[in-house]
Design a protein around this ligand. Structure first.
Ligand SMILES: *Cc1c(COP(=O)(O)O)cnc(C)c1O
Length: 431
């Protein structure tokens, strides 16, 4: 399989090149030339397959012509070594709990898969590969955990000093081994600028093999399709039409779901559920895509004003607004609504939803028809947003052991000025 760039100005790439590069040279996103499709036999036996079995099948269908089968199966199994249960809240509404991985958010699935695939593609390289990642909090922890102890790969995470939550900082700075955290005296934008400049500095690139682990990487977003099949498998036989409600920011998660549907998974429609950063719901309504500066909200992992994976959605629906709008419905909720729904979900179902998942639930509550059954993606454990959740629900939220364990570890971070020369000196000093 070859992968083309959505900007159409770069040569086609094989999977290895697309994964190692991340972004195409023309700054477009890589897309497979043919969208993967399953045989009906796969769907007939789907209900009997475990998460790991589904993971192996999906990985084979998506990447099987570029990666050795045995290695691919191992990558899928190692990625999915935790549960992704479908929890019933009512006759019509289910929560797909994506937070049972090591960092308690759905990004674990993509982070772990990508780390292992990158290691597979670079296993015969003599030189270590350096993964540079700027983070505002959540992505960095999934990347750190995903790459932890992966041979041949060193991860350098840049985060803005004093601007991530305590629990996030602990998740970034306590791994050790092949993970190094740089505490940058500046903003997230400064961190991102340093990383970009490093990629653009020829001399540095000659000396060090650099790559990035951001969310537009094929190996990060595509494996997320796996849990859509797993959700349908767990739902079992139903006469009702299936609706997925996906709390969205950069829309990697939703795009993976659309890939699953396109491959034959029986999905009736998707809901693109956002906070007030409602660029995609606006597009679905009006046909006009109009990126804006992001607005800060209680569901801050979705504070995105220019969603990067939207261009992939356009490609799948052949740039036809009516095609996309038929399959994907929009929904957005402001901070007041988020709090109201967190309370309502608890009162109605004794279920603690995090602010992102609460938006997904709200969309189903308002849009679900009689003949439909709805699944919302619960993208993070509520304890990751403990301050908001405890304040809104006026009760204590239990912290899972694996999250609590981070709090007990010792922070190790290298202080860095927001200055490229300082960053470059640091990179030379470790190589
Ligand atoms: C990253 C994130 C999202 C948004 O996912 P996208 O794939 O960027 O749309 C939603 N919820 C949580 C908790 C996240 O961390």
């Amino acid at each position: 399989m070859q992968y083309y760039s959505t900007n159409q100005q770069a040569p086609k790439a094989d999977l290895k090149e697309a994964v190692v590069r991340g972004l195409a040279p023309d700054k477009g996103l890589y897309m497979p030339e043919q969208l993967p499709v399953f045989s009906s036999a796969f769907f007939e036996q789907l209900h009997n397959l475990s998460l790991q079995e589904i993971g192996a099948e999906v990985a084979k269908c998506f990447f099987g012509d570029s990666v050795d089968n045995k290695a691919l199966k191992q990558i899928a199994e190692e990625t999915l070594n935790f549960e992704i249960p479908l929890v019933k809240l009512s006759e019509q509404i289910f929560s797909l709990e994506l937070f049972h991985g090591p960092t308690c958010a759905f990004k674990d699935v993509g982070g772990r898969f990508m780390a292992r695939m990158l290691a597979y593609f670079t296993q015969n390289e003599q030189q270590d590969i350096y993964v540079l990642t700027a983070t505002s909090g959540d992505t960095g922890s999934a990347v750190a955990s995903g790459f932890f102890n992966v041979p041949g790969i060193k991860v350098i995470i840049l985060y803005p000093k004093g601007k991530v939550s305590h629990i996030q900082e602990q998740q970034l700075t306590t791994h050790g081994h092949n993970i190094t955290a740089l505490e940058v005296d500046g903003t997230f934008d400064d961190c991102q600028k340093l990383v970009k400049e490093a990629f653009n500095t020829e001399g540095l690139r000659k000396k060090l093999k650099l790559t990035s682990a951001n969310s537009i990487n094929l190996a990060r977003f595509l494996p997320q399709a796996i849990y859509y099949y797993h959700a349908v498998a767990q739902l079992g036989k139903t006469d009702k039409k299936i609706v997925f409600s996906v709390p969205s920011g950069n829309f990697g998660n939703l795009t993976a779901g659309i890939f699953a549907w396109n491959s034959g998974l029986p999905v009736h429609k998707f809901i693109a559920a956002t906070n007030v950063n409602d660029i995609v719901p606006q597009y679905l309504e009006t046909g006009i895509f109009s990126p804006k500066h992001s607005i800060k909200t209680l569901a801050n992992a979705m504070d995105v004003g220019n969603p990067s994976n939207f261009v992939r959605m356009l490609e799948i629906f052949e740039h036809q607004h009516d095609k996309m709008a038929e399959m994907v419905k929009g929904f957005s909720l402001d901070d007041e609504g988020i709090q109201k729904y967190m309370q309502l979900i608890y009162e109605k179902h004794q279920y603690i939803a995090d602010p992102h998942g609460a938006i997904g639930y709200a969309a189903l509550d308002q849009q679900l028809q009689e003949n439909e059954v709805g699944i919302f993606l619960e993208t993070a454990h509520p304890a990751k947003f403990i301050d908001i959740t405890e304040k809104v629900l006026q009760r204590e939220v239990p912290i899972p052991e694996r999250l609590g364990a981070y709090l007990k570890k010792k922070k190790e971070a290298v202080p860095l000025k927001a200055d490229f020369n300082a960053f470059q000196d640091y990179l030379y000093s470790i190589s």
